[in-house]
Design a protein around this ligand. Sequence first.
Ligand code: NAG
Ligand code: NAG
Ligand code: NAG
Ligand code: NAG
Length: 397
Amino acid sequence: MRAAGSGGHRPGGAAALAAAGIVALLCVAGGARGQEVQAENVTVVEGGQAEINCRLHQYDGSIVVIQNPSRQTLFFNGTRALKDERFQLVEFTQKQVRIVLSNARLEDEGGYFCQLYTDDTHHQIAILTVLVPPENPLVEVKEQAVEGGEIELTCIVPRSRPAAKLRWLRDRKVLTGISSKQENGKVFSITDVLRFQVDRKDHGSIVTCEATHPALRGQQKQTQYVLDVQFSPTARIRPPQGVMREGDTLLLTCAVNGNPPPTKITWSRANDSLPERALIEGDTLTIPSLSMLDNGTYSCHVANKHGRSSDQYVLVVYDPGAIVEAQTSVPYAIVGGILALLVFLVICVLIVMVWCSIRQKGSYLTHEASGLDEHGEAREAFLNGGDGHKRKEEFFI
Ligand SMILES: *[C@@H]1O[C@H](CO)[C@@H](O)[C@H](O)[C@H]1NC(C)=O
Ligand SMILES: *[C@@H]1O[C@H](CO)[C@@H](O)[C@H](O)[C@H]1NC(C)=O
Ligand SMILES: *[C@@H]1O[C@H](CO)[C@@H](O)[C@H](O)[C@H]1NC(C)=O
Ligand SMILES: *[C@@H]1O[C@H](CO)[C@@H](O)[C@H](O)[C@H]1NC(C)=O
């Protein structure tokens, strides 16, 4: 209040009044009585640039001293005192002293003194806060996950200040882990451990660890982790289409999965050796110019450290001229369906025909009956026509 009142004495008009008003507001906010120097708190991100402002009020040419948190003098009335080039005096006027600190470090944190040597010494402290935003979190897995077991993922943000908040996401759902915080001097190390059961279908799915922090201004730092789940292999033979005849080439493919992927696919023939013409290349077995002697049960086998699997195919080689029944049941189903439809249609046509013939007979007879009063029964039938065709049927047929 005093600041606003005394501001009026000073020459300079509206601008001075407005400036005095701001100082007055700040003084009220600070809860202090009228002061001749006013400092504002500053927040800076580590490595960034901080501006420390000391506002002067009713400055009369006294000495202004700015000190760092260790109370070393940085500037003595505008002249550098401490040899730290990161601090630069950028403004010294009647209204304010402004210094800029570049490449702010955690050690720079604390109260900066703006001191005015007058009859009675005024000082104000600007609190500098240095924030350490998190880097992208690190995600680590403790042990190789195997299907049916558990996976343990650890998300780590080794440095942040204040402590970053971590959470896990999977398919846009939040998963809860166990969070812990460690203080290392001025920074925090945050870890969050997530455990869950895994299945083979989890292999390759993505889990994200997300860090939020005030210095990130609503943005997040995310790290995605692709789950690596080991599982026993499966082998499936893709059989050829149709029947095999003499002279054809047989091509069998063994579709394999498993993690780690089986390194080798072996082919065998039950109770017999593979034909000498057989060619094994990658996941396929090729037997050119088939003969009936190649009949047999062929298998492919795969294994990894979690198990083994095999599949088999029964090869029957037919004479080139042989008529072989279709192997699939699909044509039967279609033929059956068409037949059923035909039978249904025939029945419908029959019903319609019978119904029409009855109606024709009925109307003819009733017409005849209308002229013959003695045939009361016939008339009655006509009048009661609504009773249904069944009755007419009984009556006239
Ligand atoms: C600056 O921060 C300190 C400590 O957090 C607080 O007591 C003081 O009121 C703040 N000053 C201003 C002007 O916000
Ligand atoms: C301090 O610096 C200000 C601004 O440069 C100057 O006006 C004032 O005279 C100086 N005071 C002393 C005591 O040197
Ligand atoms: C042929 O294999 C079947 C089972 O695959 C077995 O039961 C049979 O004893 C074998 N025959 C010979 C002669 O090895
Ligand atoms: C192979 O199978 C076909 C069809 O069953 C049969 O006609 C033929 O005799 C078989 N050949 C041998 C060598 O077993």
